[in-house]
Design a protein around this ligand. Structure first.
Ligand code: ARG
Length: 471
Protein backbone atom coordinates (compact mmCIF):
# COMPACT_ATOMS: atom_id res chain seq x y z
CA UNK A 1 0.00 0.00 0.00
CA UNK A 2 2.80 2.45 -0.78
CA UNK A 3 1.59 3.27 -4.25
CA UNK A 4 -0.17 6.60 -4.10
CA UNK A 5 -0.15 7.46 -7.76
CA UNK A 6 -3.52 8.44 -9.13
CA UNK A 7 -4.94 5.32 -10.61
CA UNK A 8 -8.62 4.89 -10.06
CA UNK A 9 -11.42 7.38 -10.38
CA UNK A 10 -11.64 8.45 -13.92
CA UNK A 11 -11.95 12.21 -13.96
CA UNK A 12 -15.18 11.96 -15.82
CA UNK A 13 -17.01 9.69 -13.38
CA UNK A 14 -16.29 11.68 -10.22
CA UNK A 15 -19.36 13.76 -9.41
CA UNK A 16 -17.32 16.84 -8.70
CA UNK A 17 -15.33 16.36 -11.91
CA UNK A 18 -15.80 20.03 -12.76
CA UNK A 19 -12.90 21.29 -10.73
CA UNK A 20 -10.66 18.24 -10.30
CA UNK A 21 -7.99 17.34 -12.79
CA UNK A 22 -6.30 14.17 -11.61
CA UNK A 23 -7.94 10.99 -10.41
CA UNK A 24 -7.59 9.96 -6.79
CA UNK A 25 -4.95 7.57 -5.50
CA UNK A 26 -5.87 4.03 -4.62
CA UNK A 27 -5.03 4.80 -1.02
CA UNK A 28 -7.41 7.74 -1.10
CA UNK A 29 -10.15 5.47 -2.42
CA UNK A 30 -9.42 2.95 0.29
CA UNK A 31 -9.69 5.44 3.12
CA UNK A 32 -12.44 7.54 1.61
CA UNK A 33 -14.84 5.07 0.05
CA UNK A 34 -17.75 3.82 2.13
CA UNK A 35 -19.62 1.85 -0.50
CA UNK A 36 -18.25 -1.46 0.79
CA UNK A 37 -20.44 -1.00 3.83
CA UNK A 38 -22.99 1.73 3.12
CA UNK A 39 -24.43 -0.32 0.26
CA UNK A 40 -26.35 -1.95 3.06
CA UNK A 41 -28.70 1.01 3.06
CA UNK A 42 -29.36 0.99 -0.67
CA UNK A 43 -33.11 0.50 -0.19
CA UNK A 44 -33.29 3.53 2.09
CA UNK A 45 -31.26 5.55 -0.40
CA UNK A 46 -33.70 4.71 -3.18
CA UNK A 47 -36.77 5.39 -1.04
CA UNK A 48 -35.32 8.74 0.04
CA UNK A 49 -34.45 9.74 -3.50
CA UNK A 50 -37.89 8.84 -4.82
CA UNK A 51 -39.56 10.95 -2.15
CA UNK A 52 -37.24 13.83 -3.02
CA UNK A 53 -37.86 13.55 -6.78
CA UNK A 54 -41.62 13.41 -6.36
CA UNK A 55 -41.57 16.46 -4.10
CA UNK A 56 -39.39 18.35 -6.60
CA UNK A 57 -41.98 17.69 -9.31
CA UNK A 58 -44.93 18.62 -7.12
CA UNK A 59 -43.22 21.86 -6.15
CA UNK A 60 -42.63 22.61 -9.83
CA UNK A 61 -38.83 22.49 -9.44
CA UNK A 62 -38.37 19.68 -11.98
CA UNK A 63 -40.71 18.39 -14.69
CA UNK A 64 -43.15 15.64 -13.76
CA UNK A 65 -41.86 13.53 -16.66
CA UNK A 66 -38.31 13.76 -15.30
CA UNK A 67 -39.48 12.74 -11.83
CA UNK A 68 -41.30 9.79 -13.35
CA UNK A 69 -38.27 8.55 -15.22
CA UNK A 70 -36.05 9.15 -12.16
CA UNK A 71 -38.40 7.05 -10.02
CA UNK A 72 -38.67 4.29 -12.60
CA UNK A 73 -34.90 4.22 -12.95
CA UNK A 74 -34.45 4.10 -9.17
CA UNK A 75 -36.87 1.17 -8.96
CA UNK A 76 -34.88 -0.61 -11.64
CA UNK A 77 -31.64 -0.03 -9.69
CA UNK A 78 -33.28 -1.35 -6.53
CA UNK A 79 -34.11 -4.55 -8.38
CA UNK A 80 -30.59 -4.84 -9.79
CA UNK A 81 -29.03 -4.49 -6.35
CA UNK A 82 -31.49 -6.91 -4.74
CA UNK A 83 -30.75 -9.46 -7.44
CA UNK A 84 -27.01 -9.10 -6.88
CA UNK A 85 -26.37 -7.88 -10.39
CA UNK A 86 -25.28 -4.34 -9.56
CA UNK A 87 -21.65 -3.41 -10.00
CA UNK A 88 -20.55 -1.24 -7.06
CA UNK A 89 -17.59 1.00 -7.82
CA UNK A 90 -15.26 2.15 -5.10
CA UNK A 91 -14.15 5.15 -7.09
CA UNK A 92 -17.73 6.38 -6.86
CA UNK A 93 -17.18 6.47 -3.11
CA UNK A 94 -20.52 5.67 -1.61
CA UNK A 95 -23.94 4.20 -2.19
CA UNK A 96 -25.39 7.60 -3.06
CA UNK A 97 -23.04 8.23 -5.97
CA UNK A 98 -23.13 4.65 -7.14
CA UNK A 99 -26.90 4.84 -7.45
CA UNK A 100 -26.84 8.24 -9.12
CA UNK A 101 -24.19 7.18 -11.65
CA UNK A 102 -26.20 4.12 -12.58
CA UNK A 103 -29.32 6.25 -12.88
CA UNK A 104 -27.55 8.37 -15.46
CA UNK A 105 -26.65 5.25 -17.42
CA UNK A 106 -30.26 4.12 -17.32
CA UNK A 107 -32.22 7.33 -17.94
CA UNK A 108 -29.67 9.82 -19.23
CA UNK A 109 -29.56 13.52 -18.44
CA UNK A 110 -32.74 13.65 -16.35
CA UNK A 111 -30.71 11.83 -13.67
CA UNK A 112 -28.76 15.02 -13.14
CA UNK A 113 -31.90 16.76 -11.87
CA UNK A 114 -32.35 14.45 -8.88
CA UNK A 115 -29.72 16.18 -6.78
CA UNK A 116 -31.41 19.60 -7.11
CA UNK A 117 -31.92 21.20 -3.66
CA UNK A 118 -30.18 18.30 -1.97
CA UNK A 119 -26.69 17.40 -0.75
CA UNK A 120 -25.20 14.08 0.18
CA UNK A 121 -25.13 15.50 3.69
CA UNK A 122 -28.90 15.56 4.14
CA UNK A 123 -29.20 12.49 1.92
CA UNK A 124 -26.93 10.33 4.07
CA UNK A 125 -28.49 11.55 7.31
CA UNK A 126 -31.92 10.65 5.91
CA UNK A 127 -30.88 7.23 4.63
CA UNK A 128 -29.14 6.34 7.84
CA UNK A 129 -32.02 7.48 10.01
CA UNK A 130 -34.37 5.32 7.96
CA UNK A 131 -32.00 2.38 8.40
CA UNK A 132 -31.64 2.86 12.16
CA UNK A 133 -35.40 3.27 12.48
CA UNK A 134 -35.87 -0.11 10.80
CA UNK A 135 -33.22 -1.58 13.07
CA UNK A 136 -35.04 -0.29 16.15
CA UNK A 137 -38.28 -1.87 14.95
CA UNK A 138 -36.53 -5.18 14.26
CA UNK A 139 -34.86 -5.07 17.65
CA UNK A 140 -38.15 -4.49 19.41
CA UNK A 141 -39.65 -7.56 17.73
CA UNK A 142 -36.63 -9.70 18.63
CA UNK A 143 -36.72 -8.60 22.27
CA UNK A 144 -40.44 -9.28 22.41
CA UNK A 145 -39.85 -12.81 21.12
CA UNK A 146 -37.41 -13.42 23.97
CA UNK A 147 -39.91 -12.01 26.45
CA UNK A 148 -42.52 -14.43 25.12
CA UNK A 149 -40.40 -17.53 25.79
CA UNK A 150 -39.34 -16.22 29.21
CA UNK A 151 -42.97 -15.62 30.16
CA UNK A 152 -43.94 -19.15 29.07
CA UNK A 153 -41.09 -20.63 31.13
CA UNK A 154 -42.05 -18.49 34.11
CA UNK A 155 -45.62 -19.70 33.82
CA UNK A 156 -44.52 -23.34 33.69
CA UNK A 157 -42.23 -22.87 36.73
CA UNK A 158 -44.32 -20.49 38.80
CA UNK A 159 -43.94 -22.56 41.98
CA UNK A 160 -40.53 -24.18 41.48
CA UNK A 161 -38.40 -23.21 44.45
CA UNK A 162 -34.79 -22.16 43.99
CA UNK A 163 -32.27 -20.27 46.07
CA UNK A 164 -32.33 -16.51 45.63
CA UNK A 165 -28.86 -15.03 45.90
CA UNK A 166 -27.23 -11.86 47.08
CA UNK A 167 -23.43 -11.67 46.80
CA UNK A 168 -23.90 -15.05 45.06
CA UNK A 169 -24.56 -16.46 48.53
CA UNK A 170 -27.85 -18.19 49.28
CA UNK A 171 -30.13 -15.48 50.62
CA UNK A 172 -33.82 -16.43 50.59
CA UNK A 173 -35.82 -18.99 48.64
CA UNK A 174 -37.48 -17.62 45.53
CA UNK A 175 -39.44 -19.16 42.69
CA UNK A 176 -37.88 -19.82 39.31
CA UNK A 177 -40.85 -18.14 37.67
CA UNK A 178 -40.13 -14.98 39.65
CA UNK A 179 -36.46 -15.07 38.67
CA UNK A 180 -37.29 -15.39 34.96
CA UNK A 181 -39.85 -12.60 35.16
CA UNK A 182 -37.12 -10.28 36.47
CA UNK A 183 -35.57 -10.48 33.00
CA UNK A 184 -38.94 -9.90 31.36
CA UNK A 185 -39.13 -6.57 33.23
CA UNK A 186 -35.57 -5.60 32.23
CA UNK A 187 -36.34 -6.38 28.60
CA UNK A 188 -39.56 -4.38 28.94
CA UNK A 189 -37.53 -1.32 29.89
CA UNK A 190 -35.18 -2.01 26.98
CA UNK A 191 -38.21 -1.95 24.72
CA UNK A 192 -39.44 1.30 26.18
CA UNK A 193 -35.99 2.77 25.48
CA UNK A 194 -36.36 1.57 21.89
CA UNK A 195 -39.71 3.37 21.63
CA UNK A 196 -38.23 6.57 23.11
CA UNK A 197 -35.22 6.48 20.80
CA UNK A 198 -37.46 5.94 17.78
CA UNK A 199 -39.65 8.89 18.69
CA UNK A 200 -36.68 11.23 19.05
CA UNK A 201 -35.07 9.96 15.85
CA UNK A 202 -38.15 10.44 13.73
CA UNK A 203 -37.54 13.91 12.27
CA UNK A 204 -36.55 14.27 8.64
CA UNK A 205 -33.16 15.76 7.72
CA UNK A 206 -34.08 15.81 4.02
CA UNK A 207 -34.05 19.34 2.59
CA UNK A 208 -31.42 20.62 5.01
CA UNK A 209 -29.17 20.35 1.94
CA UNK A 210 -25.44 20.77 2.58
CA UNK A 211 -25.91 22.65 5.87
CA UNK A 212 -27.78 25.90 5.32
CA UNK A 213 -31.03 24.89 3.62
CA UNK A 214 -31.79 25.79 0.02
CA UNK A 215 -33.16 28.62 -2.07
CA UNK A 216 -35.48 26.26 -3.98
CA UNK A 217 -39.13 26.26 -2.86
CA UNK A 218 -39.00 22.69 -1.52
CA UNK A 219 -41.69 21.13 0.65
CA UNK A 220 -39.97 19.47 3.59
CA UNK A 221 -43.27 18.49 5.17
CA UNK A 222 -44.12 16.47 2.08
CA UNK A 223 -40.85 14.50 2.05
CA UNK A 224 -41.02 14.00 5.81
CA UNK A 225 -44.54 12.57 5.51
CA UNK A 226 -43.63 10.41 2.50
CA UNK A 227 -40.81 8.82 4.48
CA UNK A 228 -42.87 8.25 7.61
CA UNK A 229 -41.14 10.94 9.65
CA UNK A 230 -43.22 12.90 12.16
CA UNK A 231 -41.92 16.27 10.96
CA UNK A 232 -38.91 17.90 9.29
CA UNK A 233 -35.94 18.60 11.56
CA UNK A 234 -36.12 22.26 12.59
CA UNK A 235 -32.49 23.29 12.09
CA UNK A 236 -30.56 22.50 8.94
CA UNK A 237 -27.14 22.59 10.65
CA UNK A 238 -28.32 20.17 13.31
CA UNK A 239 -30.06 17.96 10.75
CA UNK A 240 -26.87 17.20 8.82
CA UNK A 241 -24.40 17.15 11.68
CA UNK A 242 -25.77 15.20 14.59
CA UNK A 243 -25.63 11.46 14.86
CA UNK A 244 -27.16 11.27 18.30
CA UNK A 245 -29.76 8.87 16.90
CA UNK A 246 -26.97 6.41 16.06
CA UNK A 247 -25.39 6.86 19.47
CA UNK A 248 -28.75 6.43 21.17
CA UNK A 249 -29.46 3.28 19.19
CA UNK A 250 -26.15 1.84 20.34
CA UNK A 251 -26.72 3.04 23.91
CA UNK A 252 -30.08 1.28 24.00
CA UNK A 253 -28.38 -1.74 22.48
CA UNK A 254 -25.53 -1.65 24.99
CA UNK A 255 -27.89 -1.69 27.98
CA UNK A 256 -29.83 -4.53 26.38
CA UNK A 257 -26.60 -6.43 25.71
CA UNK A 258 -25.66 -6.02 29.38
CA UNK A 259 -29.01 -7.51 30.37
CA UNK A 260 -28.48 -10.43 28.00
CA UNK A 261 -24.98 -10.98 29.35
CA UNK A 262 -26.32 -11.33 32.90
CA UNK A 263 -28.88 -13.92 31.86
CA UNK A 264 -26.18 -15.66 29.82
CA UNK A 265 -23.87 -15.72 32.84
CA UNK A 266 -26.60 -17.27 34.97
CA UNK A 267 -27.09 -19.98 32.36
CA UNK A 268 -23.34 -20.63 32.35
CA UNK A 269 -23.27 -20.88 36.13
CA UNK A 270 -26.42 -22.96 36.36
CA UNK A 271 -25.08 -25.46 33.82
CA UNK A 272 -21.95 -26.04 35.87
CA UNK A 273 -21.74 -29.33 37.75
CA UNK A 274 -21.63 -27.40 41.01
CA UNK A 275 -25.13 -26.06 40.28
CA UNK A 276 -26.84 -28.35 37.75
CA UNK A 277 -30.00 -26.22 37.79
CA UNK A 278 -30.41 -26.30 34.05
CA UNK A 279 -29.58 -28.32 30.99
CA UNK A 280 -29.25 -26.39 27.76
CA UNK A 281 -30.49 -28.27 24.69
CA UNK A 282 -27.94 -30.02 22.48
CA UNK A 283 -28.73 -27.52 19.75
CA UNK A 284 -27.06 -24.80 21.83
CA UNK A 285 -24.27 -26.78 23.51
CA UNK A 286 -20.97 -28.07 22.29
CA UNK A 287 -18.57 -30.81 23.28
CA UNK A 288 -14.87 -30.80 23.95
CA UNK A 289 -12.34 -32.10 21.46
CA UNK A 290 -10.41 -33.87 24.24
CA UNK A 291 -12.76 -34.46 27.17
CA UNK A 292 -15.58 -36.74 26.04
CA UNK A 293 -17.73 -36.05 29.09
CA UNK A 294 -17.91 -32.29 28.48
CA UNK A 295 -20.98 -30.38 27.53
CA UNK A 296 -20.17 -26.72 27.24
CA UNK A 297 -22.57 -23.77 27.22
CA UNK A 298 -20.69 -22.03 24.39
CA UNK A 299 -23.66 -20.09 23.07
CA UNK A 300 -24.34 -18.63 26.51
CA UNK A 301 -20.67 -17.74 26.95
CA UNK A 302 -20.70 -15.98 23.60
CA UNK A 303 -23.84 -14.00 24.39
CA UNK A 304 -22.09 -12.99 27.62
CA UNK A 305 -19.02 -11.95 25.64
CA UNK A 306 -20.74 -10.14 22.80
CA UNK A 307 -21.86 -7.36 25.12
CA UNK A 308 -18.24 -6.22 24.81
CA UNK A 309 -18.60 -5.58 21.09
CA UNK A 310 -21.83 -3.67 21.51
CA UNK A 311 -20.45 -1.47 24.27
CA UNK A 312 -17.30 -1.04 22.17
CA UNK A 313 -19.34 0.13 19.18
CA UNK A 314 -21.02 2.80 21.29
CA UNK A 315 -17.82 3.92 23.01
CA UNK A 316 -15.83 4.00 19.78
CA UNK A 317 -18.36 6.08 17.91
CA UNK A 318 -18.88 8.52 20.76
CA UNK A 319 -15.17 9.21 20.61
CA UNK A 320 -15.53 9.90 16.86
CA UNK A 321 -18.27 12.47 17.50
CA UNK A 322 -16.72 14.12 20.51
CA UNK A 323 -15.49 17.63 19.79
CA UNK A 324 -16.55 17.68 16.12
CA UNK A 325 -17.38 21.22 14.99
CA UNK A 326 -20.65 21.82 13.12
CA UNK A 327 -21.78 20.95 10.55
CA UNK A 328 -20.97 17.80 8.52
CA UNK A 329 -17.49 16.29 8.75
CA UNK A 330 -16.29 13.17 6.97
CA UNK A 331 -15.59 11.71 10.39
CA UNK A 332 -19.29 10.97 10.53
CA UNK A 333 -18.95 8.38 7.80
CA UNK A 334 -17.56 6.23 10.63
CA UNK A 335 -21.10 5.98 12.02
CA UNK A 336 -22.24 3.06 9.90
CA UNK A 337 -19.89 0.19 10.60
CA UNK A 338 -20.37 0.16 14.37
CA UNK A 339 -24.13 0.50 14.02
CA UNK A 340 -24.31 -2.36 11.52
CA UNK A 341 -22.05 -4.50 13.71
CA UNK A 342 -24.15 -3.77 16.77
CA UNK A 343 -27.33 -4.67 14.90
CA UNK A 344 -25.91 -7.98 13.66
CA UNK A 345 -24.39 -8.87 17.02
CA UNK A 346 -27.60 -8.21 18.90
CA UNK A 347 -29.82 -10.02 16.43
CA UNK A 348 -27.65 -13.10 16.78
CA UNK A 349 -27.38 -12.84 20.57
CA UNK A 350 -31.14 -12.48 20.91
CA UNK A 351 -31.84 -15.41 18.62
CA UNK A 352 -29.37 -17.57 20.56
CA UNK A 353 -30.80 -16.55 23.91
CA UNK A 354 -34.37 -17.14 22.76
CA UNK A 355 -33.41 -20.61 21.51
CA UNK A 356 -31.54 -21.46 24.69
CA UNK A 357 -34.39 -20.43 26.97
CA UNK A 358 -36.96 -22.21 24.84
CA UNK A 359 -35.07 -25.52 25.08
CA UNK A 360 -33.81 -25.15 28.66
CA UNK A 361 -34.66 -28.02 31.02
CA UNK A 362 -34.61 -27.00 34.66
CA UNK A 363 -33.79 -29.40 37.50
CA UNK A 364 -36.45 -29.09 40.16
CA UNK A 365 -34.79 -31.30 42.79
CA UNK A 366 -31.37 -29.65 42.57
CA UNK A 367 -32.80 -26.16 42.90
CA UNK A 368 -35.16 -27.15 45.73
CA UNK A 369 -32.33 -28.84 47.66
CA UNK A 370 -30.06 -25.80 47.36
CA UNK A 371 -32.90 -23.48 48.32
CA UNK A 372 -33.16 -25.22 51.67
CA UNK A 373 -29.46 -24.92 52.40
CA UNK A 374 -27.64 -22.04 53.98
CA UNK A 375 -30.34 -21.17 56.54
CA UNK A 376 -32.29 -19.52 53.77
CA UNK A 377 -35.43 -19.23 55.89
CA UNK A 378 -33.74 -17.30 58.70
CA UNK A 379 -35.62 -14.14 57.70
CA UNK A 380 -38.89 -16.08 57.88
CA UNK A 381 -37.99 -17.16 61.40
CA UNK A 382 -37.23 -13.58 62.44
CA UNK A 383 -40.47 -12.34 60.86
CA UNK A 384 -42.39 -15.03 62.78
CA UNK A 385 -40.90 -13.83 66.07
CA UNK A 386 -42.08 -10.31 65.22
CA UNK A 387 -45.53 -11.40 64.11
CA UNK A 388 -46.30 -14.05 66.75
CA UNK A 389 -44.39 -12.79 69.77
CA UNK A 390 -44.52 -9.07 69.11
CA UNK A 391 -40.72 -8.76 69.25
CA UNK A 392 -39.09 -5.67 67.74
CA UNK A 393 -37.44 -6.72 64.44
CA UNK A 394 -33.93 -5.90 65.66
CA UNK A 395 -34.36 -8.21 68.69
CA UNK A 396 -35.86 -10.92 66.49
CA UNK A 397 -32.89 -10.57 64.13
CA UNK A 398 -30.55 -11.06 67.09
CA UNK A 399 -32.39 -14.13 68.45
CA UNK A 400 -32.47 -15.65 64.96
CA UNK A 401 -28.76 -15.10 64.62
CA UNK A 402 -28.24 -17.12 67.80
CA UNK A 403 -30.42 -19.93 66.41
CA UNK A 404 -28.50 -19.96 63.11
CA UNK A 405 -25.27 -20.20 65.07
CA UNK A 406 -26.64 -23.09 67.09
CA UNK A 407 -27.80 -24.95 63.95
CA UNK A 408 -24.44 -24.34 62.32
CA UNK A 409 -22.62 -25.77 65.35
CA UNK A 410 -24.86 -28.82 65.38
CA UNK A 411 -24.55 -29.22 61.62
CA UNK A 412 -28.31 -29.16 60.99
CA UNK A 413 -30.83 -26.94 59.19
CA UNK A 414 -33.06 -24.53 61.09
CA UNK A 415 -36.12 -26.77 60.85
CA UNK A 416 -34.13 -29.61 62.43
CA UNK A 417 -33.57 -27.71 65.69
CA UNK A 418 -35.75 -29.10 68.46
CA UNK A 419 -38.28 -26.94 70.27
CA UNK A 420 -36.14 -27.21 73.39
CA UNK A 421 -33.13 -25.89 71.49
CA UNK A 422 -35.18 -23.00 70.20
CA UNK A 423 -36.58 -22.19 73.61
CA UNK A 424 -33.12 -21.99 75.06
CA UNK A 425 -32.73 -18.86 72.95
CA UNK A 426 -36.27 -17.45 73.25
CA UNK A 427 -38.56 -19.21 75.70
CA UNK A 428 -41.85 -18.05 74.14
CA UNK A 429 -41.23 -19.93 70.87
CA UNK A 430 -43.86 -22.63 70.22
CA UNK A 431 -44.24 -25.30 67.57
CA UNK A 432 -46.04 -22.93 65.19
CA UNK A 433 -42.53 -21.85 64.24
CA UNK A 434 -42.07 -24.93 62.06
CA UNK A 435 -44.77 -23.80 59.64
CA UNK A 436 -42.56 -20.99 58.33
CA UNK A 437 -39.28 -22.85 58.15
CA UNK A 438 -39.91 -24.89 54.99
CA UNK A 439 -38.93 -23.29 51.70
CA UNK A 440 -42.42 -23.77 50.21
CA UNK A 441 -43.94 -21.93 53.16
CA UNK A 442 -41.34 -19.25 52.82
CA UNK A 443 -42.04 -18.47 49.17
CA UNK A 444 -45.81 -18.84 49.60
CA UNK A 445 -45.75 -16.19 52.31
CA UNK A 446 -44.05 -13.55 50.15
CA UNK A 447 -47.24 -12.12 48.70
CA UNK A 448 -46.33 -8.43 48.91
CA UNK A 449 -46.70 -6.76 45.50
CA UNK A 450 -43.75 -7.77 43.35
CA UNK A 451 -42.87 -10.62 45.74
CA UNK A 452 -41.89 -14.16 44.85
CA UNK A 453 -45.00 -16.16 45.94
CA UNK A 454 -46.30 -18.57 43.26
CA UNK A 455 -49.66 -16.77 43.37
CA UNK A 456 -47.89 -13.51 42.55
CA UNK A 457 -45.90 -15.12 39.76
CA UNK A 458 -49.11 -16.37 38.16
CA UNK A 459 -50.72 -12.97 38.23
CA UNK A 460 -47.47 -11.33 37.04
CA UNK A 461 -47.35 -13.76 34.12
CA UNK A 462 -50.83 -12.63 33.11
CA UNK A 463 -49.87 -8.99 33.54
CA UNK A 464 -46.66 -9.46 31.54
CA UNK A 465 -48.59 -11.09 28.71
CA UNK A 466 -50.90 -8.08 28.60
CA UNK A 467 -48.21 -5.41 28.95
CA UNK A 468 -45.54 -6.90 26.69
CA UNK A 469 -47.26 -9.28 24.30
CA UNK A 470 -50.66 -7.60 24.01
CA UNK A 471 -52.43 -10.87 24.81
N1 ARG B 1 -20.43 8.68 2.42
C1 ARG B 1 -20.69 9.88 3.13
C2 ARG B 1 -21.01 9.57 4.59
O1 ARG B 1 -21.33 8.49 4.88
C3 ARG B 1 -21.84 10.60 2.51
C4 ARG B 1 -21.82 12.07 2.75
C5 ARG B 1 -20.67 12.70 2.05
N2 ARG B 1 -20.77 14.11 2.13
C6 ARG B 1 -19.74 14.86 1.74
N3 ARG B 1 -19.90 16.15 1.84
N4 ARG B 1 -18.61 14.36 1.33
O2 ARG B 1 -20.91 10.42 5.43
Amino acid sequence: MTDNKPKSASKTSAMWGGRFEGGTSAIMDAINASVDFDRRMYAEDITGSKAHAQMLAEAGIIAAADADSICAGLDEIGKEIAAGGFEFKRELEDIHMNVEARLRELIGDAAGRLHTARSRNDQVATDFKLWVRGALDGLDADVQALQAVLIDKADAHADWVMPGFTHLQTAQPVTLGHHLLAYVEMLGRDRSRIVDARRRLNESPLGAAALAGTSFPIDRDATAAALGFDRPAANSLDAVSDRDFAMEYMAVAAILAVHLSRLAEELVLWCADQFRYVRIADAFSSGSSIMPQKRNPDAAELVRAKAGRVIGGLAGFMVVMKGLPLAYGKDMQEDKEPVFAVADTLALSLAAMTGMIEGALFNKDRMRADAAKGFSTATDLADWLVRELGMPFRDAHHATGALVKMAETKGVDLDQLSLADMRSVEKRIHDGIYTVLGVENSVASRVSFGGTAPANVRSQVASARRRFLGT
